[in-house]
Ligand binder design. Structure first.
Ligand code: TXA
Ligand code: MG
Length: 371
């Protein structure tokens, strides 16, 4: 199959590109498109064959349901039934935006493959001009998971989609890089309470401001899958090919530990990569343009970190490093909590404490070298 790149970054071409993308969806094709969070892989949510092709293209297990995207809140909520007042309040407050609401499934035209056979449906209105134009032009519900191969970091630009799925889909609508950089917050409002199933672009604090008390589902924070509420969360996620290791501690300790890890790698002839704040890169004498170095922005700027997270990890991974060391420099609340969730999953729980590395020496045989 030949995947077409439809450029929507240049205004003169955008309208034609969006029309063409809508036509491909109408014919039952697959179109990747930009959203404010990450790129999605879209298909008409009412066409069984199209939705099946989405699962096949991603290599996604059939029990992991898709989020359905629409152009406005009214059409999104109409896909549910018995929509709770709090769902309407959240929709008013955050749509268009990085929030997905899980509602009791109402619309019988949504094929069961979309919801993985569940009696609920996740819906969202993305905050991106190209996504909204496409959804409006198409005029129907678009099922769209992140446009990556299952288990890989989500794509935040058209090139990432091309890398993962270029051979398997009909077109990529190129709208430039995604702004937020991490996926939407998935919130279950199907049973009276308000429960976060996946942390994301809308923070817990912001949800609490609107909904009052909000529960964070246990599996979200501890990774347990005793009772899987959001099927996607039980799978390994967001991981590059190289092992990823979080390095935690005070900024000084982290810088010193990174320096020691770099020195040891030199002796051993291995090539680690580093994901760093500007301040730490400067302290280490590392240049953002060097291969194996990614600098996301100023230390503690969670928005910049989220924005650069998947793009940075993908860029570092491309150079084939032995390991990717990530400076754990995000806040404990707000978007920092979402970043921590994604990084802990990518690292599969392997966090290194800079203090321990420095005390024990980075050459200690178990765990400390992260390889
Ligand atoms: O930001 C985003 O949400 C992006 C963009 C493209 O919109 N999409 C995205 O989709 O991240 P995906 O498929 O990668 O993740 C969807 C998550 C999964 O964890 C899935 O299990 C959960 O939403 N989900 C979908 N429908 C659900 C439902 N009915 N009940 C519980 N969880 C659901
Ligand atoms: Mg995904």
């Amino acid at each position: 199959m030949r995947c077409r790149i439809l450029r929507a970054t240049v205004s003169a071409e955008a309208e034609k590109a969006i029309e063409e993308a809508a036509n491909i969806l109408r014919r039952g094709g697959l179109v990747a498109f930009p959203t404010e969070t990450v790129y999605g892989l879209g298909a008409d949510a009412r066409r069984r064959e199209a939705v099946r092709r989405v699962f096949a293209a991603k290599g996604r297990p059939g029990d992991n349901p898709l989020i359905v995207h629409t152009a406005d809140a009214a059409s999104a909520l109409a896909l549910g039934r018995d929509v709770a007042d709090v769902a309407r309040e959240l929709a008013n407050a955050f749509w268009p935006g990085p929030l997905s609401l899980v509602l009791p499934l109402g619309d019988p035209s949504i094929v069961p493959e979309v919801t993985g056979g569940l009696d609920t449906i996740a819906v969202r209105v993305p905050d991106h001009p190209v996504a909204l134009a496409l959804l409006r032009r198409f005029g129907g519900p678009v099922a769209a998971p992140s446009a990556n191969v299952s288990g890989r970091p989500s794509p935040t630009d058209a090139h990432h989609v091309w890398e993962d799925l270029g051979e398997r889909i009909d077109a990529i609508l190129d709208g430039g890089p995604s702004g937020v950089g991490v996926e939407s917050t998935v919130v279950d409002v199907s049973s009276g309470s308000v429960r976060i199933l996946r942390l994301g672009g809308v923070t817990v604090e912001a949800l609490e401001d609107v909904a009052g008390s909000v529960e964070v589902a246990r599996h979200v924070e501890d990774g347990s899958d005793g009772r899987v509420l959001s099927p996607g969360m039980k799978y390994k996620h967001y991981a590059p090919t190289a092992p990823l290791r979080l390095v935690q501690g005070t900024r000084d300790d982290v810088v010193r530990a990174m320096a020691a890890l770099r020195d040891r790698a030199k002796l051993q002839g291995t090539r680690p990569a580093f994901f760093l704040s500007r301040e730490s890169a400067d302290a280490l004498g590392m240049n953002p343009d060097d291969e194996g170095v990614y600098v996301y922005g100023a230390f503690g700027d969670d928005e910049a970190l989220a924005h650069g997270l998947y793009a940075g990890v993908r860029a570092l991974d491309r150079s084939g490093p032995s390991v990717i060391y990530v400076e754990a420099s995000y806040g404990s609340g707000g978007l920092g909590r979402t970043i921590a969730d994604r990084l802990h999953r990518a690292a599969e729980g392997e966090a290194l404490w800079a203090h321990d590395l420095l005390r024990d020496g980075v050459a200690s045989p178990r765990g400390a070298n992260g390889e």
